[in-house]
Design a protein around this ligand. Structure first.
Ligand code: IFM
Length: 493
C-alpha cells in the first residue's frame, strides 16, 4: 500500500540557506576589508587545491539573478549571512555605506519576490583586523560584535524578518582555534575555550543591541550545530564518553545561552587547560537572552567509546581524524575515541542517519517546550555528474532531503515545535577547507562560467514547497523528472 504523502501546515516555512564568504566573491570590492577566511584560504596548504573565496559563486554581482532563482523555486524564506568586513572593514567604527547598500538591495529584492529575509550576522568571516587583536579569544571582539549588530539592525531592521546572531559557534571556536582546520587556523585548546565564551558573550550582547534598536519584539535566534552522538555500548564508561562529548559540543553553548550556566562537566574536564577566568561576573546574565527560535543545523551523527589504557590512546592517536590527536577539536576529551559510523555516507564522509534529526529535535523540545525550533541547515554533498543532457540527476540528494524532511515531520508528530526548514544549500559554493571540491547546492554552479543550473533536487524541492507535501521517497525521482520535462533548467523570470 502506498503510504499517505506527508503534508506540512500552511505556516511551516520553506527556505534555503547560504553564507557570505561561501558565495559572494568580490572580496576586494565595495570597500570590504579582509577577513580571516581570506587570509586562511590564501595560506598554502590550508584549503584543498588552494581554492579561495575570491570569486566563489560571484553572488555579489549576480544577486538579482540569484533572488530570481529563489522566487522561481517558490522559497518563502532565504537565510543568508552578512559579511562583517563589508560593513566594518576593520571590525569596528563607522559603517561602510557600500557594504550596507549591498545587503539593503538584497533585502529589498527578496521582499519584492515575496521571500522573508533571515539574516545571520556571523558565519565565520571575522574581520582580519580583529583577529590581529586576538580574535574570539579576546573579550573586545564580543564587544565589537555588538557594535556591528547595532549598525546592521539600524540599517536593515525595518525589513529583515529574523536575525540570527551566530552560525555554528562550535566550528568558529573548536575548528578555528583548537584543531586549526578552519580560519584562523590556531591550534591552542585553551584559546578555543576563551573563544567559546566570547562567542557566547557576543551572542548575548548582539541580541541586546538588536532589541535595543528594534524593540523587544524583534525576532532573534542563534543557530547551533548540535552534535548527535551515540555511545558505542551501554557500558557506563561509554555512556560517560558520550556525556563528555555532549558537554563540550552542545552544552557549552546551550547551557549559557538558554539555561544561563556553563556545564560543570566542561569546567572540570578542561581545568588543566584554563581556569575559565575569562568568564566575568554578570556575563552569564548577558549571554542568556530570550530567543524567538533556536536554529538547528543537522547533517549526520557520531559514535564514541571510552578509551581505556595507554595502548588504546596510542592507537587512537595513530588513527586519522578526531580521536586523541594532538590537535583535536574535542577539547578535554582525551580518552574518547570516535568510531566509524556505518554508511551510507555523503561525499563529506558523513553518515546518513535521519533518525538523528528526530532525536535532536525531540530532545530540544522536551528540554525547552516553549522554544520554537527551525532546521536552519540540512543537506548533502555528493559527487554530482553533469549528464549529456546538461542535467544533474542528483537522486541521492533528493533522497537525503526527503528523508530528513520526513524526520522533521515525525518530530513534529511527536510534538516538537519545528517551524521551518532551510535546505543547505541554495547553490554550490566554497565548502571551507574542502574548497569547491564538495557540492551541496540544489542549484549547480559551473565555476568556469558561473552559470547556474537547476539540479533535479531543485526541481523536486520546488514541488515540495509548492504542494507543501512530501511525496514518498520512491516517487521523488519521477517527480523531479516531471519538473524536468516541463523545463530543463528554469531560467528566472
Ligand atoms: O557549508 C557548511 C556551512 O557553512 C555551515 N554548516 C555546514 C555546511 C556544510 O559543511
Amino acid at each position: 500500500m502506498t503510504p499517505t504523502p506527508r503534508t506540512f501546515p500552511a505556516d511551516f516555512l520553506w527556505g534555503a540557506a547560504t553564507a557570505s564568504y561561501q558565495i559572494e566573491g568580490a572580496v576586494d570590492e565595495g570597500g570590504r576589508g579582509p577577513s580571516i577566511w581570506d587570509t586562511f584560504s590564501h595560506t598554502p596548504g590550508k584549503v584543498l587545491h588552494g581554492d579561495t573565496g575570491d570569486v566563489a559563486a560571484d553572488h555579489y554581482h549576480r544577486m538579482a539573478e540569484d533572488v530570481a532563482h529563489m522566487k522561481e523555486l517558490g522559497l518563502e524564506a532565504y537565510r543568508f549571512s552578512i559579511a562583517w568586513p563589508r560593513i566594518q572593514p576593520a571590525g569596528r567604527g563607522a559603517a561602510n555605506p557600500e557594504g550596507l547598500d549591498f545587503y539593503s538591495r538584497l533585502v529589498d529584492e527578496l521582499l519584492a519576490a515575496g521571500i522573508r529575509p533571515v539574516a545571520t550576522l556571523y558565519h565565520w568571516d571575522l574581520p582580519q583586523a580583529l583577529e590581529d587583536e586576538g580574535g574570539w579569544t579576546a573579550r573586545s571582539t564580543a564587544e565589537a560584535f555588538a557594535g556591528y549588530a547595532r549598525v546592521v539592525a539600524e540599517a536593515l531592521g525595518d525589513r529583515v524578518w529574523m536575525w540570527t546572531t551566530l552560525n555554528e559557534p562550535w566550528c568558529s571556536s573548536f575548528l578555528g582555534y583548537a584543531s586549526g582546520v578552519h580560519a584562523p587556523g590556531r591550534t591552542d585548546a585553551a584559546a578555543s575555550l576563551a573563544a567559546v565564551h566570547h562567542l557566547n558573550l557576543g551572542h548575548g550582547l548582539a541580541v541586546r543591541a538588536i532589541r535595543d534598536v528594534l524593540g523587544d519584539d524583534a525576532r532573534v535566534s542563534v543557530t547551533l550545530n548540535l552534535h548527535v552522538t551515540r555511545a558505542a555500548t551501554d557500558a557506563p564508561e561509554d555512556l560517560d564518553a558520550k556525556a563528555q562529548v555532549d558537554a563540550v559540543a552542545n552544552e557549552v553553548f546551550l547551557g549559557p545561552m538558554v539555561d544561563g550556566a556553563y556545564p560543570d562537566r566542561v569546567r572540570t574536564d578542561t581545568a588543566h587547560l584554563t581556569d575559565w577566568s575569562f568568564v566575568q561576573e554578570g556575563d552569564l546574565e548577558l549571554i542568556r537572552q530570550p530567543l524567538t527560535a533556536l536554529g538547528v543545523n543537522f547533517y549526520s551523527t557520531g559514535r564514541v567509546r571510552r578509551l581505556g589504557g595507554d595502548a588504546d590512546l596510542a592507537e587512537a592517536a595513530r588513527a586519522d581524524g578526531h580521536g586523541a590527536s594532538s590537535h583535536s577539536p574535542w577539547v578535554g576529551c582525551d580518552r574518547v575515541e570516535w568510531l566509524p559510523q556505518p554508511g551510507p555516507h555523503t561525499a563529506m564522509g558523513w553518515n546518513i542517519e535521519p533518525q538523528g534529526l528526530v532525536d535532536v529535535l525531540l530532545e530540544l523540545h522536551e528540554r525547552y517546550p516553549t522554544l520554537p525550533l527551525m532546521v536552519t541547515e540540512n543537506g548533502a554533498a555528493f559527487e554530482d555528474e553533469v549528464t549529456e543532457d546538461g542535467r544533474v540527476h542528483d537522486d541521492r540528494r533528493v533522497a537525503y532531503v526527503h528523508d530528513h524532511l520526513e524526520a522533521v515531520g515525525r518530530a513534529r508528530d511527536a510534538g516538537a515545535d519545528v517551524r521551518g526548514y532551510f535546505v543547505w544549500s541554495l547553490m554550490d559554493n566554497f565548502e571551507w577547507a574542502y574548497g569547491y571540491d564538495r557540492r551541496f547546492g540544489v542549484i549547480r554552479v559551473d565555476y568556469d562560467t558561473l552559470q547556474r543550473t537547476w539540479k533535479d533536487s531543485a526541481l523536486w524541492y520546488r514541488e515540495v514547497v509548492r504542494t507543501r507535501t512530501l511525496v514518498p521517497a520512491g516517487e521523488a525521482a519521477s517527480l523531479a523528472q516531471v519538473g524536468s520535462t516541463a523545463e530543463a533548467s528554469p531560467q528566472p523570470r
